[in-house]
Ligand binder design. Structure first.
Ligand code: MN3
Length: 205
């Protein structure tokens, strides 16, 4: 029983060019995101019914409730499923610039301004060892936004955090166009951000 289907990308694969190329988008979505989706379904099939009946976001926020034999697979593939869904929707053609409203205020108070936030996010994400994601998250316990580097596909939700904006720094996200130049990819990625979507996530957090 396949519960989850590959989420759609809400624009053409070429929409983010020249920052992210169409071929990378196509492979990333149809191969990598599809694989996380398929493997999430397979992992959930091996879980008790009460786990299968929960929404994925609830499962990630309570990953300890997944039986140990399946926990790693659900963490990895469930995180991969959700992270990429967030990723596609936080980019758009003609994106970039700076946020406004309560998101700008939250970033300002947490990081000392948008430029400082961008610099910290970029520099910390550039040096994530191996594969992972850099995240702007909302922390409900402090009511503030924070930066988090997360390994592999582990979702910030597993730490009780609300993911607002994530940058995928697995090599599959940038290698065709940028090869080993991860910082150049991150710099270009800022030009794709859909800040209205990120603001919407904060407003709902
Ligand atoms: Mn990826």
């Amino acid at each position: 029983m396949a519960r989850y289907e590959l989420p759609k990308v809400p624009y053409d694969y070429k929409a983010l060019e020249p920052h992210i190329d169409a071929r990378t988008m196509e492979i990333h979505h149809t191969k990598h995101h599809q694989a996380y989706t398929d493997k999430l379904n397979a992992a959930l099939e091996g879980c008790p019914q009460e786990v299968q009946d929960r929404d994925l976001l609830e499962i990630l926020a309570d990953i300890g409730s997944v039986p140990e034999a399946k926990r790693g697979a659900v963490n990895f593939n469930g995180g991969g499923y959700d992270n990429h869904r967030l990723f596609w929707n936080s980019m758009k053609a003609g994106g970039g610039g700076e946020p406004g409203g309560s998101l700008a205020d939250a970033i300002g108070s947490a990081f000392g301004g948008f430029d400082k936030f961008k610099e910290e996010f970029s520099s910390k994400t550039a040096v994530i060892q191996g594969s992972g994601w850099g995240w702007l998250v909302y922390n409900p316990s402090s009511s503030k936004v924070e930066y988090r580097a997360m390994p592999n596909q582990t979702s910030p939700r597993t730490e009780g955090l609300v993911p607002l904006l994530g940058c995928d720094v697995w090599e599959h996200a940038y290698y065709l166009l940028y090869q080993n130049k991860r910082p150049a990819y991150i710099e270009a990625w800022w030009n794709t951000i859909n800040w209205d979507e990120v603001q919407d996530r904060l407003s709902k957090a």
